[in-house]
Ligand binder design. Sequence first.
Ligand code: ADP
Ligand code: MG
Length: 587
Amino acid sequence: MPVATRQRPRIRALETKLINQIAAGEIIERPASLVKELIENSVDAGAARITIDLQQGGVARVAVSDDGVGIHPDDLELAVSRHATSKLEALDDLERVTTLGFRGEALPSIASVARLALRSRLAQADSGWEVVCEGGARTSRRPVAHVPGTTVEVRDLFFNVPARRKFLRSERTELLHIDQVVRRVALACFDKALELRHNGRACLALAAAVSDEACERRVGEVCGDAFAEQCLRVDESGPGMRLWGWVGTPGFSRSQRDLQYFFINARPVRDKLISHAVRQAYQDVLHHGRHPAFVLHLEMEPARVDVNVHPAKHEVRFRDGRSVHDLVYRTLHAALAQPAGAAAGNRPATVPQAPLRPQRGLALAVSEQMQTYAALHAEPAEAPLDDRSQAGETPPLGFARAQIKGVYIVAENRHGLVLVDMHAAHERIVYENLKRQLEDRAVAAQPLLVPVKLRVSEAEARVVEQHGDEFERFGFDLSPLDATTLIVRGVPQLLAHGDIAALVRDVVSDLAEHGRTQRISEVINSMLASMACHGAVRANRSLTLPEMNALLREMEATERSGQCNHGRPTWVQLSMSELDKWFLRGR
Ligand code: ADP
Ligand code: MG
């Protein structure tokens, strides 16, 4: 059709039903979204107990019942109208939202794409009332039997939107999504009792958790016992904020981000700033490509966080992101750094699928001893202890007995056998040592008797020229001789016995590659890590018994020595009873 004759469509106001269906597109993606919105309403209504009853993965039926404040009979019809809410009055309120909902969109959106029945009874009333909506059209209210509280029943999701129905997956998959929503709520609101039923069968039943122990039990029920056993409890306050919850030890890392829960004032939130702070806190202790697990609650003045960023309300904007980042980073970093004991920076990881499973409880006991020991021997032992020099006191990691294939140290402690990966352990010790030196001021340098010449690329030579000061701080005396040659006159003391050319090359290329793109602290850590790797005893080097004992003593005195810089465990404990079991002794 020629352009000139084509008629421009005229503008018209959309029908309410269509408006609601468009809004539904944003917030109702699948049955799990229904469950999320309905549970949020129950939470906002102050419910103590919430029951979710499903049929066919929630596609046929989702019913959420609560014992909250209920809805006034005169408001029932309003509740299912667009932009009608009891949670906001004026613009001011939007700046300090204390409820999960506030947009007044969920019920009308749901009603526009499914059959919805809303039943409610106020606590003092002697009867309940009901309104029913089908694809947007609604009946007037009528009395109905109901206990105090509210039930929202949604049937036949997307019965009138075939295009959306096509995107629904199998019953199992939809149920899985709902299960995740309910679990998230369970971790957001410990004080609510929750029950999830599917096709008449109970899938999850959680009693309200009030005490610390009960909360921890719930964490175990929701995230699995392995997490509950291997997590650290954190609770820290910052300026006008409190961060509390549980973070997984590095030994409990995941290949996916599936165990990461962050709540701000009980609202589940996904936020880049928070993820960054968490990642940074774990950066030293987690193997590349692994993800930490955590359940964290941030409590803060509602006025300091803007929740009106996204219709599904899981994104936020902080008024002061920096202090939030600081609190998260600081809290996690400190928890992960504790040298052994109650917190498990030093807790050796259990080795999955290894034929020998070190006893976790026992390793913990050893970790606790290590903490006491570290306090008593605040200075890393300079003269190696051996059995005779300290009669009567066996250090937590015991005494070295032998070395295997130049890789493992075999030691004996009070509980039995200790195996140490000596390269991994030493790498961590050197790394922590370098970090300490750098925090104190600068890494101690040692001049080389014979300077070393090194060919590098022109770009690398330029990096050395530009970053002379930093290299000096790191303990290097380094300068370009010409466009492609460096001369090394001094290196960090701790690393002086290593392969100097390889060390310098690694550090220079680290800086050349990351210098511009990464935060300075990350650059420093990655430089220190590659330095530490060079400084650590190589596998396949044989150590004398005093050298091995010195290493064990240093491990006992070093923060985070339970994992190497890549998050692998550095030692494991095998108790006498485990050894006895192999040989069927004492049975
Ligand atoms: P919003 O939660 O954003 O206010 P909704 O459409 O989800 O919007 O709900 C509309 C209103 O209906 C709420 O503001 C609330 O007053 C009422 N309501 C919905 N569900 C419940 C419930 N389970 N208990 C009490 N009131 C409810
Ligand atoms: Mg709502």
